[in-house]
Design a protein around this ligand. Sequence first.
Ligand code: NAD
Ligand code: UD1
Length: 339
Amino acid sequence: MKILVTGGLGYIGSHTCVELIKSNYDVIIVDDLSNSKEKVLDRLEQITGKRPKLYKYDLKDKSKIEEIFKENKIDAVIHFAGFKAVGESVQNPMKYYNNNLVSTINLLEVMKKYNVKNIVFSSSATIYGNVGIPKYTEEMGRGKTSNPYGTTKSMIEQILEDIYNSDNSWSISILRYFNPVGAHESGLIGEEPNGIPNNLMPYIMKVAVGELEVLNVYGNDYETEDGTGVRDYIHVVDVAEGHIKALEKLEKENNGLYIYNLGSGKGVSVLELIHTFEKVNNIKVNYKIAPRRPGDLAIYFADPSKAKRELNWETKRSVEEICRDSWNFIKNNSERKSK
Ligand code: NAD
Ligand code: UD1
């Protein structure tokens, strides 16, 4: 089967390409390199022995998407491409509405034209909004999002639902990720944010490797066990495997609209993550307690039981493995950079 992976050179996309190739899918990538590097393609080849075909196109250009569908007989699409920085989306909402929505609408229109109606979409736990209870189940539905990035995810979910309601020969899988972290065990691919990271694990990695001095722990007065924020951190390879399971389901069932949480079901606090990282890697992470970050929730984690029941998917990798693989990647990468 030929799978078009949009955003396939990015963080989650690249790990998913590895799992797709391992499962004998034929992978085609479209990525405009707006938040990734072409060297990831070499790394994919190093890991899998296969080099996926790459189209360096922007999905906002519909004629380029048409070109891909004309040249290749695509069976299904996994749609990762999009911008994802929450803070930037607040500063520059139109950049997010334009890129995330226009790209997706173009893609869906071309898919329809070429009668390719199988799609797996990257959504996020952010679509639940501020629910008031920590454990999120799919049935809760979409709440009020707190930033334009989250709103684009919510809007795309709605678009996909409307498409399915208008034509139920589509097969759509919406995956709501919790907090993807970690890296491939080879140390060859991982997350490389530009500039100063906003998210916790990339920040820990930069402090551990000595590129940043100190990590701010945003608040230790939340109503959680140690007072710091609690999230559901999930190894990126577990996330990637979730996509394979979602694709298999679409192949098997032929059509339908499915929504799944991809999370571990376990909440981990900021301090727990820092201390596990220190212990597993035998390295000190310099941190200090800082005021709460505006907009943050105290605690949330996934109810992943639907994915377990219907996809036979669950996380296999522990927080210790997450910390080990993250460190392995950043260490190798800064060594490579300094050579
Ligand atoms: P990423 O930025 O590493 O990957 C996205 C890729 O899409 C990049 O390689 C980028 O160059 C490409 N891209 C962006 N706009 C494009 C366009 N118009 N045309 C072609 N390519 C384009 O992000 P990621 O962490 O791998 O996330 C993948 C998806 O999962 C995103 O949609 C993101 O919103 C979603 N998601 C991510 C997280 C997370 O924590 N990483 C959590 C929930 C959901
Ligand atoms: C945010 C986004 C989510 C996005 C995710 C990427 C919202 C509501 N959530 O989630 O959409 O998918 O990023 O993984 O927009 N923290 C620190 N110090 C730091 C950074 C973070 O203490 O330097 C704390 C935060 O306060 C939070 C936890 O670490 O308690 C996790 O933060 P982060 O990694 O930014 O992810 P989320 O905010 O959960």
